[in-house]
Design a binder for this molecule. Structure first.
Ligand SMILES: Cc1ncc(COP(=O)(O)O)c(C=O)c1O
Length: 382
């Protein structure tokens, strides 16, 4: 396409990218070049047959990836928190009670979402760095037998801990509860089997492990949730799951305008998964990348924050060495062209985070650690 005002493009790009930066963020993350390429396309109507074909193909590919054949896969124009709110608004009665398991900041956010939507949260909170264990969930459910649902943060992005989702879901289902899973920073990077593990709502955002720009959220929703939602009176409009499913069934679209470029981007990623040899090869890439980063952290004499055995596949949280500040490490790396993530919440200065989602090469990792080693040496000698 011919540009009439090429300088406008330069001006905006200069605002966003005054200089080169390699991203090791917690999200948004660097996107696959193929994703960015398809997202450059001219827009078209979300009520056109072309959009329906794109939406349908993306939903079917995502359903395959999530082993969600019985559940309904929905795409919505929002970030992951939209589906967090939707889970409460659609599947818990007004004034009803939810058991929120919290292993960090995003578990705490779920409790806030529950309370701010007029439901009650009973919170099972673990010390930072630890997961929830199945026996702890069982005990909490024994004490709170009146809850309608359990929420689980699959991967706690603030502490770098992955919860044993399959085992936790089993406990909750045995006690007859709905299971809502915040998979914002795990979906796309580790196996999630929606039907087999009987998960009721599992949601994520485009800007995390799928390596797509922000603006699109996706969820798999069980039949049980749609049944329950019929009796919930204050579902609202924007996050009404029944309405979202109706538009899906009617015409492979959404009630309000979807972020078409992000849907195209997600479609491209799911095709890359296929080209890489399928889901297992793709997930292996994430596993190997996380392992490489953990080894390099330990080689630098640093300590991991998460409890051994529960290391996140998408973000490595590192204890800040004694006498240093995580904000100084973050700033020094940025000056050298590498953006990591600061610590989050109460462990903001005590930790720093290395995100490993999206488009990252082996060379990028080697380069980051070369710089990190140098930064630590300089900061210690100050
Ligand atoms: C575990 C977790 N849950 C929820 C969120 C919120 O997601 P979003 O910003 O897409 O609404 C995040 C964002 O980092 C997250 O890491």
């Amino acid at each position: 396409m011919k540009l009439d005002y090429p300088e406008v493009v330069d001006e905006v790009l200069k605002l966003m990218w005054p200089r080169k930066m390699k991203l090791f963020t917690a999200g948004p993350v660097a996107c696959f070049p193929e994703v960015l390429e398809v997202m450059r396309s001219q827009m078209f109507s979300h009520r056109s047959p072309e959009y329906s074909a794109l939406h349908k193909d993306t939903v079917l590919r995502l359903a395959e990836f999530l082993n969600a054949k019985k559940a309904t896969v929905l795409l919505a124009p929002c970030s992951g928190t939209g589906f967090m709110e939707a889970s409460i608004r659609n599947a818990v009665k007004l004034g009803g009670k939810v058991l929120v398991t919290s292993i960090g900041a995003f578990g705490d956010r779920y409790a806030e979402v529950v309370e701010s939507n007029g439901r009650k949260a009973a919170v099972l909170r673990k010390p930072l760095g630890e997961p929830v264990l199945p026996e702890e969930l069982d005990e909490a459910l024994r004490k709170n037998s009146d809850v309608e649902a359990v929420t689980i943060t699959h991967n706690e992005t603030s502490t770098g801990v992955i919860n044993p989702l399959r085992e936790l879901a089993k406990v909750a289902k045995e006690r007859g509860k709905l299971v809502f899973v915040d998979a914002v920073s795990s979906m796309g990077a580790i196996d999630i089997r929606v039907d087999e593990w009987c998960l009721d709502i599992v949601f994520s955002s485009s800007q995390k492990a799928f390596g797509v720009p922000p603006g699109l959220a996706m969820a798999a929703v069980s039949e049980e949730v749609f049944e329950k939602a019929k009796d919930v009176s204050d579902r609202g409009w924007y996050f009404d799951l029944i309405a979202l499913r109706e538009d899906l069934v009617k015409g492979w679209s959404t009630p309000s305008t979807p972020p078409i470029p992000q849907v195209a981007g997600l479609n491209a990623v799911l095709r890359i998964v296929e080209r890489m040899g399928g889901k297992n090869s793709w997930l292996k890439m994430y596993e190997k990348r996380a392992e490489k980063i953990r080894i390099k952290v330990i080689e630098l004499g640093l300590e991991l924050f998460a409890k051994p055995g529960f290391y996140s596949p998408t973000i490595t949280v590192v204890r800040t060495p004694m006498g240093l500040r995580s904000s100084d490490i973050y700033r020094s790396l940025r000056e050298r062209g590498f953006e990591i993530a600061m610590g989050y919440g109460p462990i903001k200065e005590a930790t720093f985070r290395i995100g490993h989602m999206g488009y990252i090469t082996d060379q990028d990792i080697d380069d980051l650690f070369k710089e990190l080693s140098d930064v630590l040496r300089n900061l210690k000698s100050r």
